[in-house]
Design a protein around this ligand. Structure first.
Ligand code: RFL
Ligand code: PHB
Length: 389
């Protein structure tokens, strides 16, 4: 097989990139390790920046997003007692949209079938070859038979555990990492949300987040030590804990119901540089991870592929090499700012095992400052809605 761009991974980064290239008539093939149902079964992000919804608009894959996405004009930080509202719309003129990653993925998958974007699912042993030559290729096994896909470029959109990043030699790479000493226990339940906007809470007992997928489906999280197991948390125990951590106003409005999914995700900050080596590009979680505080992961995957598709379109349409050469630096400039925001919000809203009463007072003082300062709220708001591309 032969194509112009071989894309590894059919998560949001790979699917979006595939569509953006296809829309310009640039041939590409996506190679994905899992089955479509497995990809759709991963419950992850819930909040989309304007940059992400703008891409879906540009592709014309926005019908369900416009009909079902919830436009949010703000969100709240809670300190155990009160809700501090951040009026993102008033402060920045922008909304964020609540629309699950699962739904974005489903829309992109459905449109792939309609638009002839080729995705090879259940590809085993995907390997990258000759990425620093002009004729890189990908090999894999499909239904027991070996396959080879020749390309002009390879886009590694294969998430944190995929093979693409490993194809960049260690001697040219730099890694930056911070692993957090807790994870988020998430629960999905078909009950109305306790509040019409998201609440990020820092309580003496720990962090909590009240989020949603729709007016009838809620998504909640608390932070737990990494030693904790999902089985330790009955629904009842989790609802009780959420009611305490989210504070009295939210607690009064919680509707309890059986969980339909529960899982624990570890938290990490990670950046890999550079994001291009020869004819290989990295995009999305393949190159960087943010802790979910601040809802940046999926949105960064989208901004990466916005830059990458522009660079590839420039190369194929105008023979422009500069954008290809500049992709890594351009993407990283935005990524580091999102890393900073996610890290600072994580530090503000979580209790760290090494923290004592002094650090606790610092968090409380910062939340109190935010509550009283439009400048502080504006800084948070402009990061939350997404910095410009
Ligand atoms: P993905 O989604 O991991 O997709 C990578 C794809 O590559 C495939 N793959 C391979 N394919 C071929 N060969 C191989 N050897 C392969 N190895 C892997 C995988 O099967 C998969 O299909 O990465 P991508 O596309 O870069 O997208 C990134 C986002 O998924 C991620 O950043 C977000 O989910 C992060 N995130 C959030 N982001 C937000 O913007 N807003 C949020 O509200 C938000 N909440 C979250 C989150 C992530 C969470 N978890 C579980 C990590 C909440 C949670 C709990
Ligand atoms: C979610 O709804 O899953 C969600 C929302 C906001 C975050 C992280 C996750 O910061």
């Amino acid at each position: 097989m032969k194509t112009r761009v071989a894309i590894i991974g059919a998560g949001p980064a790979g699917l979006l990139l595939g569509h953006l290239l296809r829309a310009e008539g640039i041939d590409c093939v996506i190679v994905e390790r899992r089955a479509p149902e497995y990809v759709l079964g991963r419950i992850r992000a819930g909040v989309l920046e304007r940059t992400t919804t703008d891409l879906m608009d540009r592709l014309g894959i926005n019908e369900r997003l416009n009909a079902e996405g919830l436009k949010e004009a703000g969100f709240a930080l809670a300190d155990g007692e009160r809700l501090i509202r951040i009026d993102t719309l008033g402060l920045t003129g922008k909304y964020v949209t609540v629309y699950g990653q699962t739904e974005v993925t489903r829309d992109l998958m459905d449109a792939a079938a309609e638009r002839g974007l080729e995705i090879i699912y259940e590809a085993a042993d995907v390997s990258l070859h000759d990425v620093d030559s002009d004729i890189p290729y990908v090999t894999f096994e499909k239904d027991g038979a070996g396959q080879r896909l020749d390309a002009q470029f390879i886009a590694g959109c294969d998430g944190y555990y995929g093979p693409s990043r490993k194809a960049i030699p260690a001697k040219v790479a730099k890694e930056f990492e911070r692993v957090y000493p807790f994870g988020w226990l998430g629960m999905l339940a078909d009950v109305p949300p306790c509040h019409d906007e998201l609440i990020y809470a820092n309580h003496d007992r720990g962090f909590a987040l009240a989020s949603m997928r729709s007016k009838t489906r809620s998504r909640y999280y608390i932070d737990v030590p990494l030693t904790e197991k999902v089985e330790d948390w009955s629904d009842e125990r989790l609802w009780d804990e959420l009611a305490v951590r989210l504070g009295p106003e939210a607690a009064a409005n919680i509707t309890r119901g059986p969980s339909i999914e529960k899982s624990i995700a570890p938290l990490r900050s990670y950046v890999f540089e550079p994001m291009r080596h020869g004819r290989l590009f990295l995009a999305g979680d393949a190159a960087h991870i943010v802790p979910p505080t601040g809802a940046k992961g999926l949105n960064l995957a989208a901004s990466d592929v916005a830059y990458l598709s522009d660079a590839l379109i420039g190369f194929f349409k105008q023979g422009d090499n500069d954008a290809i050469a500049g992709y890594s630096a351009k993407a990283l400039a935005r990524i580091w700012k999102s890393e900073r925001f996610s890290w600072s919000l994580t530090k503000l809203m979580h209790r760290f095992p090494e923290d004592g009463p002094f650090e606790r007072q610092m968090q409380m003082a910062e939340l109190d400052y935010i509550a009283s300062s439009v400048a502080a709220q504006t800084s948070i708001a402009e990061n939350y809605v997404g910095l410009p591309l």
